[in-house]
Each structure stands twice: as C-alpha cells, then as structure tokens.
Design a protein around this ligand. Sequence first.
Ligand code: PLP
Length: 358
Amino acid sequence: MSIFFPRVVINIDSIAYNTQKIAEICHSNDIELVGVTKLALANPEIARVMRKNGVDKLGDSRLKNIIKLYENNVPGPYQLLRIPMISELPLAVKYADEILVSMPETAYEIDKIVGELQKNVQIIYMIDVGDLREGVWYEHAISEIYEVSKQLKFARLVGIGTNVGCYGGVLPTKENMNMLLSIKNELEKLLGYELKVSGGSTVTLKMLEEGSLPKGINQFRVGEGIILGTDATGDRDIPYLKQDTVILEAEVVEVDYKPSVPVGELGKDAFGRTPHFEDKGYRKRIILAVGEQDVKPDGLIPFDKNIKVLHASSDHLIIDVTDCDREFHVGDILKFRMSYGCALRAFTSPYVEKLFVV
Ligand SMILES: *Cc1c(COP(=O)(O)O)cnc(C)c1O
C-alpha cells in the first residue's frame, strides 16, 4: 500500500483513554455524557471507541454524520446537535433520538412528523444564557417553552439545554448555570415532571474539576476534550487528558534559503489577504506539501518549538526553520498537533489521509 501525505495519524488508545477519564468525571457527578463526533467527521471507528469507553450517547451537528453512524452500525442513541432545518426534519426524526431545538415552529413540525412516523423522539429546548448563538433568550424562556410543551401531542419535551463558548466566547459560570437551573425549576412546577438539563461541553469540564458546577446540570455534550484533549474556549490543554490523539504529518518538498521580504511590487495574496513581512534578512525555509485545502495553517502546532509557520496558500505551507538545530531534507516528515479548527478541516479534507495507529 502506498503511503499518502498529508495524513492525520489517529491514536485510538488515547481517544479511548480521554473518553474514560471524561466519562468518569461525568458519571461520578450523575451527568450523562454525549460524545460529540463532528470534529472527526463522525468517523465510525472513533465513535465506536467513544461508545465502548463510557459515552452514553453520540451527538453530531450534521444529520449526514448521524446517518453515517447509523449505516456503520455504531450503537446510538443519537443526538442531533445543530438546531435542525425544517427541510431535514423527516430524516432527522427518522434517525435521531434526541433533537436540540430553539424555535416553536421547529418543535411543532417535529411533533407532526413524530405522529406520522410513530417514532419516539425527545426534544431538548435550547436557552441562550448569553453566548448569542442558538436558543430562546433566557428572559423569554419559561413562557415560550411552557407554551411549546403544552402544544406537543406526540414528541416529548424532555429537557432544556444551553450552549456557551461558541459565538460570544462566553464562559460557563455559576451565574449562568444557576440561571438555567432556575428556569428548569420554574418549568418543572408548571409542567409537573422533571426536566433534563443539557448544560455542559468541553469548556464546562473545568467547573466539574473544581467542584463549582451547580447540582442539577445532568447532561454534557463533549467533543474537543475527547478527541484533542484540549479546551479552546478555556484556552488550555486539559491536564489529565492525552493530546497525542490526532497528529498531522506533512512532507517537505523544498528546502531553501531566501530573503524574508518578497522582491517586486506587492498585491494581495491568493486569498485576497495583504501579507505582512518583517525583514530578518535571509532565512532557512522549507515548503511542506499541505495548505489551506487541508488544514488551518495558523492552527498547526509544531512538535519542534523552533519551527515557525509563516504562511500557506491552497497547497503549500511555508515554514521558517532558521532557529532549528537540525537539518531538513526533501522527503522529511514533520509532525504537528492541531487546534480545533485545524483538526476540523483536516478531518473534512479528502486530501488528508486518515491512519489509525494502535
Ligand atoms: C459542537 C457542539 C458541542 C461540543 O462542543 P465541544 O467544545 O467540542 O465539546 C456541544 N453542543 C453543541 C450544540 C455543539 O454544536
């Protein structure tokens, strides 16, 4: 078999390890863990490992990914994370077991289809506690959710949820988690049954570790922590998790010595950006055969700290290696860890090979 670069090398044991650690913390706090697969394009092997190592459900934002999990016989239940399009609801109801929603119209349409298909689907109503992505604004949450739950005939509104750290970069705090819980309490009084509270993701693990998460949040939806061992919003490597889970490898195709400032009249680069150059004289540079079509270049974290990623076009990554001790040659393979955005693109790119090591 030929070996193709660039490639993502997936360490399935480390992903299993991260899953177990996160499941342990969640379960010891009576929290159900949804393992989120979207970062890995719902890779069935990764999803299966999550499910085998303590994840209670699998969640993905893309219906196509949920169908992929189903067709690869990865055991559910499945949670659809992105508030669904009306146009995808017939399939969403067919394949998903739990759906996050934020609009009455969507909930009613789900209800209608559930009635037609005779399939049990649970609805979690999203509340925006400040991050400004999806969810009914917290001030109107009680009346809207109560009204919706009264209108549902077939589907069941089983809980409320929230999402933080995505648009506004809002962090989970005691204040916003307590806000969610007080909405839950009010709603339970009106409805007369208990509600689930889907309140956490990777960034909320910190509160669990510190013991500062208010009691009552009982579902976490975690992707990044499991797959990368990092927390982008909290800006940290999670200390008790492994970060060697997915590694990008790319090949050197040119080694040269060039000025640090271009020669000639300057326009914009291939992406319409105006690059900025600092004159450091002649520099040792290498070109890797990987680019914007494969990765998010500013999200590449080199193993060798003295390597500096300068720029990338669609297919070429330019790196300054002047400060490195070692020599570089055409054909060398360089390794990188990846940020969330970078890993997302690498998994999504058909040009990046996916290789499992055990
Ligand atoms: C992606 C996503 C998550 C998972 O977030 P991580 O930071 O990867 O843990 C949780 N909830 C929703 C709604 C999402 O879209």
